[in-house]
Design a protein. Structure first.
Length: 146
């Protein structure tokens, strides 16, 4: 019985096409810990944040505690993708395929919250998609059209 899976794998390799791929992609630089250490709620100004962190990925209006303000989001990722593709001819004119990919495209992030005077009130780190859902970032024009 143990020979059956090995036989099927060998049959796929001989009669079809088996491919394994590996890719690595990195975008944006993570926020350095020394920059995070300089963030102080009630003291850090927007200009200081922009000087340390550069331009954010997103900026949107945000109301916290009844006060108008804004939120800035920074994000980065470093991902690896390992995948296996198996294609087996079924007849002369058709084939069956199976793809398995472990792509993990999670964007790590930092969201800064400012009051109406552009003073930092708080910040959060984590998965950017969770942070932006938490504060209900308004959709971009492209998201609205979809």
């Amino acid at each position: 019985m143990r020979a059956l899976p090995a036989s099927l794998a060998l049959l796929c390799a001989v009669t079809g096409c088996v491919s394994v791929n590996w890719t690595r992609e990195s975008r944006y630089a993570p926020v350095a810990s020394e920059h995070l250490a300089r963030l102080e709620a009630g003291r850090t100004q927007l200009g200081d944040c922009l000087a340390d962190l550069g331009a954010p990925l997103w900026v949107w209006e945000h109301t916290e505690g009844g006060q108008d303000g804004a939120a800035l989001a920074y994000g980065w990722f470093d991902e690896e993708d390992v995948g296996v593709n198996v294609s087996v001819p079924v007849t002369d004119n058709s084939s069956a395929s199976f793809d398995y990919t472990t792509l993990d495209a999670r964007l790590h992030g930092l969201v800064l919250f400012f009051d109406e005077r552009w003073v930092l009130t708080s910040f959060r780190t984590g998965w950017l998609r969770d942070l932006t859902r938490e504060v209900r970032r308004p959709p971009t024009a492209l998201e609205e059209d979809a």
